[in-house]
Ligand binder design. Structure first.
Ligand code: HEM
Length: 131
């Protein structure tokens, strides 16, 4: 069974009650990023757009409306991250900010596990620098 689905017709998006949950997760994530000198400098000063892009993407990925692709086209995440130097340190910092945000949101265990697995894999995929 695809990890985006938790039951016969229910997506993870539905199980979590919709967009608000993802917007809150992303708020917590960027609060953590703001405090992390390993990666804060990679992001623009104003985090409004990164917040919107990230939550729209996650909503779409986990089975909600396709607002992200309607606005931005195909995600092509690795390509979109090419302008930023992402090595192991940046990857780990990103993952720590997301793990801590997820812990704050405290989703049901199987969703927590699926999300951690996805983020771990996707963050590794974004590494584009050997330093
Ligand atoms: C699970 C892994 C990741 C996911 C799902 C993810 C997701 C995203 C998304 C959806 C965007 C907006 C792209 C757009 O529409 O233009 C974005 C932007 C960005 N990401 Fe990631 N990302 C991941 C890993 C990382 C890592 C490891 C870093 C390194 C610190 C990083 C740094 C950035 C930066 C600097 C931006 C630009 C902010 C902006 O202007 O939107 N990302 N990411």
């Amino acid at each position: 069974m695809n990890i985006k689905w938790v039951g016969a017709k229910k997506t993870v998006y539905d199980a979590l009650g919709g967009s608000r949950w993802f917007e809150e997760l992303v708020e917590h994530f960027y609060e953590n990023v703001e405090k992390d000198q390993r990666i804060r400098h990679l992001y623009p000063d104003d985090l409004t757009l990164p917040k919107k892009n990230t939550s729209d993407f996650l909503i779409q990925y986990w089975g909600g409306p396709s607002t992200y692709s309607d606005r931005r086209g195909h995600p092509r995440l690795r390509m979109r991250h090419a302008p930023f130097q992402i090595g192991q340190e940046e990857r780990n910092a990103w993952m720590e900010s997301m793990t801590s945000a997820l812990e704050t949101m405290h989703p049901p265990t199987e969703i927590m596990e699926a999300m951690l697995e996805y983020f771990d894999m996707a963050a590794t995929h974004m590494v584009n620098t050997e330093i």
